[in-house]
Design a protein around this ligand. Structure first.
Ligand SMILES: Nc1ncnc2c1ncn2[C@@H]1O[C@H](COP(=O)(O)OP(=O)(O)O)[C@@H](O)[C@H]1O
Ligand SMILES: [Mg+2]
Length: 401
């Protein structure tokens, strides 16, 4: 029996459009012998849709006209069963709220990037629905979105990160001079100012002096309530490495990303970008923006791969992630950030080590189902007699999703 795979994408995020590209590529690459694809698109307003039309880029060229080409859905769990239901209300004259077409899905392939998808919120919803999904869980996803929590945990695990300071928007608004002094006492120019939770370089500014630092903090404060100021790594190289697995992760090839900009801003990332699989027309094509495998030599490659796996484990990740590094002129390696649902699911980094995109997706789905079974084996509900038995004889209890 083919597994029904809900491909979840879009949602309220500055990376909405990038997510559409990731999803369309994935839907066209899933193994048709093993899987049936159910697109699950979340609009920028937060409405959920499904339908055949959502499998190609054409449906998304006119977002305002999309509701006419797709069906609205609501998600409802069938408690106690391993498949779940997407309700598709019939449209048209004489339809009733109870007229629904149940549509079971076995597993969700997450292609969301950024807020309301990569940050733990979607993961929480699918936990409650009881549907296996292909990303880190609620905690790992939330930590993966927060650049400050990440750094704190990486530093505690002995993973090198650049020096930084962080403060709240409230502190910035009430005493900006104290915040500026804090940054200037602990760090040297140039610095990078970032909202703690965002992505695609939105709200990020490189500050070269007191005045640009003030401006950069003002900009970032419009995007998040937590602000991060980092020491810039000068003459840096940017290297990324993906990691795949659950409890026993493995690293991909490394890539080096090049840019003519002072840093990789939104345009540099997406107007150049990744090479797509053969036959796909959905992505930007300027492949010289990245080199896979990166020219690092064996020692540096192993160091990056080892740190990438440690970063994955430190944040309790699952599925596929991409860990981004900054390497300075002396060869010192810093973890810059982790992306728990990376652009294009980093398929090109796996192709470079001989894993085809189709097989990466199959692996991801198998890992999601394994992780789901593992969670399901936890005891989550007791009645009084179970507790008494546990106290006297040892392990017992009811297992529920
Ligand atoms: N500390 C730093 N030193 C040098 N360049 C940096 C630093 N932090 C960020 N950058 C540059 O800014 C880009 C975006 O920053 P990043 O933290 O990766 O944010 P995003 O989540 O938006 O991708 C990076 O790809 C890099 O080019
Ligand atoms: Mg980045």
């Amino acid at each position: 029996m083919k597994k029904r795979v809900a491909v979840v994408f879009g949602s309220r995020s500055v990376e909405h459009e990038v997510s559409i590209i990731t999803a369309v590529q994935a839907m066209n690459s899933l193994d048709e012998e093993l899987f049936e694809v159910i697109p699950l698109y979340v609009s920028k307003e937060g409405a959920w849709f499904t339908g055949e039309a959502l499998k190609t880029m054409d449906a998304f060229r006119d977002l305002a006209g999309l509701p006419g080409k797709a069906q609205r859905v609501q998600l409802q769990p069938f408690a106690g069963k391993s498949t779940f239901v997407v309700q598709v209300p019939h449209r048209g004259f004489m339809s009733h709220a109870t007229d629904v077409e149940p549509l079971a899905v076995d597993v969700a392939l997450f292609c969301n990037h950024g807020t309301n998808g990569e940050d733990g919120t979607m993961q929480g919803m699918f936990e409650l629905l009881g549907i296996p999904y292909t990303s880190a869980g609620v905690t790992g996803s939330a930590l993966g979105m927060d650049k400050v929590f990440q750094k704190q945990l990486f530093a505690a695990a002995g993973i090198p990160v650049v020096p930084y300071v962080s403060f709240s928007r409230r502190a910035w608004r009430s005493s900006p001079d104290d915040c500026l002094r804090d940054a200037e006492q602990h760090l040297q120019f140039p610095m990078f100012v970032k909202p703690a939770n965002l992505g695609s370089s939105v709200g990020i500014t490189r500050a070269t002096d007191h005045d640009t630092l003030r401006y950069a903090l003002e900009v970032a404060s419009h995007f998040d309530r937590k602000l991060l100021v980092e020491q810039a790594v000068v003459d840096h190289r940017e290297v990324n490495c993906a990691v795949l697995g659950n409890d026993d992760p493995m690293p991909s090839a490394c890539e080096e990303v090049f840019s003519s900009h002072a840093f990789l801003d939104y345009d540099a990332k997406y107007k150049v970008g990744y090479k797509t699989t053969a036959g796909s027309d959905s992505g930007p094509q300027k492949a010289e923006a990245r080199k896979v495998p990166a020219d690092l030599g064996d020692d540096l490659t192993h160091r990056v791969q080892e740190l990438a796996c440690r970063a994955f484990t430190t944040l309790d990740c699952r599925g596929v992630v991409r860990v981004d590094f900054l390497i300075d002129g002396s060869g010192a390696v810093y973890v810059n950030e982790i992306n728990t649902i990376p652009g294009a699911l980093s398929f090109y980094l796996w192709e470079a080590v001989g894993m085809q995109y189709r097989d990466l997706l199959t692996n991801l789905i198998n890992l999601a189902c394994e992780a789901f079974e593992d969670r399901r084996s936890n005891i989550v509900s007791y009645d009084v007699s179970d507790i008494l038995r546990l106290g006297s004889k040892g392990k017992s209890g009811t297992r529920k999703v």
